[in-house]
Design a protein around this ligand. Structure first.
Ligand code: NAP
Length: 252
């Protein structure tokens, strides 16, 4: 690198079309980072949005379909996007809180889709990302975790189990000591997104804490996606990232 060249940073963000993921994309683009988004749909253009310094591409992919994801990963899109990066980031953000309720009311096919989206896809992407960035000196994987990974909640046994799996993946992967690779599972706080709307809309019989979340919304206690994403991105890019395998945006 010459004195005049700048660090090329490239980021893959899953679930980039709405909520925290969309705000993370903006936080990265604003910092001059190139982003590849993966979700089932494309992100709707924002009218009169100012141009941002980073470049943005997106791919439509259902991450709850692991065969389709494996097929996509066997192609060259990921490697082509990452080519030329001095620093590479993977943010495993896409996730679902459902199915909500005790075991007996969970449709088994929904359980399979949730586990695939929340766990299988992040782990597959982490493997592919690590292989594709073997020559990149600085590479970082951030799983988007939840307080539910660390505390059990009635009605959320699938969500709690899948987020705890991401935390434990980060703890174990960090021990492998792959050169230049930092891994951490980061809880973003309670963020005002469609997912929170879904939580408030669920029957209390399935989710006894529903009223607590409704109260948080009424009293303005939810973080904005922009604030949560800005703190998350700042942490991901900091020297502190990866020093501990789990973290929480609320205590940074
Ligand atoms: P959200 O508003 O529901 O957005 C979810 C994103 O994931 C969307 O961009 C969606 O895009 C994508 N997605 C959903 N299913 C997908 C699939 N099958 N394949 C590919 N992409 C898919 O959720 P959010 O609140 O922003 O949550 C983002 C992350 O933060 C999640 O991992 C969540 O567990 C975590 N989290 C959120 C909160 C909170 O309070 N909101 C708290 C703790 C942790 P498409 O629909 O276009 O596919």
């Amino acid at each position: 690198m010459t004195a005049t060249s700048h660090l090329v940073t490239k980021a893959i963000v899953t679930g980039h079309t709405r909520g925290l993921g969309a705000a993370l994309v903006d936080a990265l683009l604003t910092r001059g980072i190139d982003v590849l988004g993966l979700a089932r749909s494309n992100r709707a253009p924002v009218a009169d949005a100012p141009p941002l310094p980073g470049s943005f591409v997106e791919v439509e992919l259902d991450l709850s379909d692991s065969e389709r994801l494996a097929q996509w990963l066997s192609g060259d899109t990921l490697a082509a996007f990452l080519h030329g990066a001095d620093r590479a980031l993977l943010i495993n953000n896409a996730g679902t809180v459902g199915p909500i309720g005790p075991c007996a009311v969970q449709p088994p096919a929904d359980v399979a889709r949730a586990v695939t989206l929340n766990v299988t896809a992040p782990l597959m992407l982490s493997s592919a990302f690590s292989a594709a960035t073997a020559d990149v000196p600085d590479r970082r994987i951030a799983h988007v975790s939840s307080g539910a990974a660390r505390n059990p909640y009635a009605g959320w046994n699938i969500y709690c189990a899948t987020k705890a799996a991401l935390d434990h993946h980060a703890r174990a992967a960090a021990l492998d000591g792959e050169p230049g690779l930092r891994v951490a599972s980061v809880a973003p706080g309670v963020v005002d997104t469609d997912m929170q709307g879904e939580i408030r809309g669920i029957d209390e019989a399935r989710f006894p804490l529903r009223e607590r979340f409704a109260e948080m919304k009424r009293t303005g206690q939810l973080a904005s996606p922009e604030d949560a994403a800005d703190t998350f991105a700042g942490y991901l890019l900091s020297d502190a990232f990866g020093e501990t395998p789990t973290a929480d945006v609320r205590s940074l």
